[in-house]
Structures are given as structure tokens and as C-alpha cells.
Design a protein around this ligand. Sequence first.
Ligand code: FPP
Length: 235
Amino acid sequence: MPADPPAALPRHVAIVMDGNGRWAKRQGMHRTFGHAAGEEALYRVVDAAIDLGLEALTVYGFSTENWTRPEEEVAYLMGLPGEVVAKRMAELHRRNVRVVVAGRRDGRVPASVLDHIDDAVARTATNTGLTFCIAFNYGGRAEITDAVRAILAKGLSPEEVDQDTISAHLYVPELPDPDLVIRTSGEVRWSNFLLWQAAYAEFVFVDTLWPDFRREHLVAALDEYARRERRFGGV
Ligand code: FPP
């Protein structure tokens, strides 16, 4: 596998971190063990993203569909973003990372989790390095629905609404669209992730389960991206 970043670097990489459950099961362990290993993998990848000079990294931490999982697993996943940012806050801050969160702030997310998230977002708001976006209680259709609601609430007329208006009302409007979406674990699905933003993204699917994902896998995906010819609907 290549060790160096390729020349044509994407500005924004988004990752569906899939395979935690299967990784744990293979070792005869509970699914939450896989999520804990997934958290470690995530940190290594954040580290690599900083080193490689990416502008933004978005990860799918919890989807609007994940509420149907067993109660114990949901409770564990709910605790992760707060834990992730609290445990690594000093390091993230020192490395000039700006933390942002994309998702619905509905009543199902515990207030303590929202407090942790808000604190991390506020404390890192003026950092100018990597933007690290955690998609949490996130769904692409929910995001577009929320954008439409926000536009209607402002009383805009149909003629005033174009694609830029929709983009401006997404959860984190200042993020550039993702250039590259990576999904691990061999599943070849989109799963309601950044539906609007990834309209022209390149997709790379890798068989590696998320807890085994390393810098080398990221570099290999970037390398694959650099070999693609992006045409954005043109010729
Ligand atoms: C999908 O694998 C993974 C998740 C639903 C959770 C991802 C969470 C982490 C990687 C930990 C870090 C989290 C945050 C919020 C920063 P799966 O459980 O569907 O695995 P399976 O397909 O093998 O069952």
C-alpha cells in the first residue's frame, strides 16, 4: 500500500465507518466492544487526516435509523461523541482541529450529550486546521427536510429558492461538498449519508472492517481518488 499522500488531494473526505459489530462478533465479543475499537480507529484516522492536510473530515457516527438497535447499544453509541471529544479535546485543540456536528437535536438525544457536543464545538470554533464533522443523529433525508422547513419558516417565495438556498440551510452550510466518500466493511450502500452534498462525490468501498482501518487504507483511498477523472456531468 502507498505510504505518501497523492498529489490530487480531496478537500473533504466523508466516511461511513461500517463493520464494528462484525469485527466484535468475529472475536466472540459484544457489539459495543467493536464500537470501542471503532473509536480508536477513528482517532488514528483523524490524526492521519491532519497529517495529510485534509480540509474536512466527516464521519457517520449515528444515523436517524440507528435508534432501532438494541437499547444497550444505542445507549453506548449515544455516549460516544461526548466521550470522544472530552477524552481527546486537549489533543484536538492543540492540533488546531475545529469540531462541528451535523444532525437533528431532537428529544431523544440526552441533554448531557448535547452539552458535551456544544462545549466542544464552542471551544474549537476559532481553530483553523482540519474541520472534523461528526454526523450524529444524522440522516440525509431528515437534513433536507429540515432545510426545507427552515426555508419555509423564513417565508421565502418559490422563485427565491434555488440549489444554493438549500445548501445554505443544511446543518453545516460552510463545509465544502465531500469529494470522496469511503465506506468500509464491503457493504456497497449509501445509507442516507450526505444525500445532497455527495451528489458528485467519488465513492470508494473497501472490504476492511472499520476497527481495522488505518492510515494506509486512507492513503490507498486517496490514491484511488487521485486516479479518478471527475467530470461533474460534463464530458
Ligand atoms: C456501523 O457499524 C457503525 C456505527 C453505527 C457506529 C460508528 C461509531 C464509531 C466508529 C465510534 C465513534 C463514534 C462517534 C460518534 C464519534 P455496525 O455497528 O453497523 O457494524 P456491523 O455492520 O458489522 O454490524
